[in-house]
Design a protein around this ligand. Sequence first.
Ligand code: FDM
Length: 212
Amino acid sequence: NNLSSDSRGALIVLEGLDRCGKTTQSSRLLSYLEELGHTVESWRFPDRTTNVGQMISSYLANKSHLDDHTIHLLFSANRWEKRSLMESKLKSGTTLIIDRYSYSGVAFSSAKGLNMEWCKAPEIGLLAPDLVLYLDISPENAAERGGYGEERYEKLEFQKKVAQSYKTLRDASWKIIDATLPIEDVEKQVRETVLNCVEACVKGKPLSELWL
Ligand code: FDM
């Protein structure tokens, strides 16, 4: 096989509304790539294990209040504190599957009414994903999937605004997948798209930075 040690890993991001199936698909994708012999890790943002992540977690659980700009910058800082590790993993050949990234950052904050360009600014210079898998589901449909939980953003009216914000963020790295299809059908599309992406990275597609 052509997984030579000097080829880099792919940066693959899963995005979508709460309950779209991101977590299920990222764990299935992880096993699939492992079975094919790839070195792969599954990450998620927010990363609640860091100090910044704990502040975010308490905010999401409604245990603390923060100004909208402040929490936005904390989410961004939470990605910045992982940036160098992310780069070294990718360069050493590890593929990363990431559940939420800068697109969540901008979509959720701008859904509150913050200026979109302002929201994008602190993300400039973070690594750009090679592929964004957007698991597409309507907010109503997502809400029917066992209902939302207790966290701050898990409310239908807010999710509708988030869905609108996501639409304006689509770019060439996005693959939109109908998340209302059966799990296996979604998985099949995820696999096909990811294999193409991983191959392009192995063949020398350069790493780049946000925003493209
Ligand atoms: N979220 C997530 C944001 O508002 N900004 C961000 O930058 C990120 C990464 O946090 F409602 C929101 C999206 C979601 C919540 O995410 C927690 P998980 O996937 O449920 O842990």
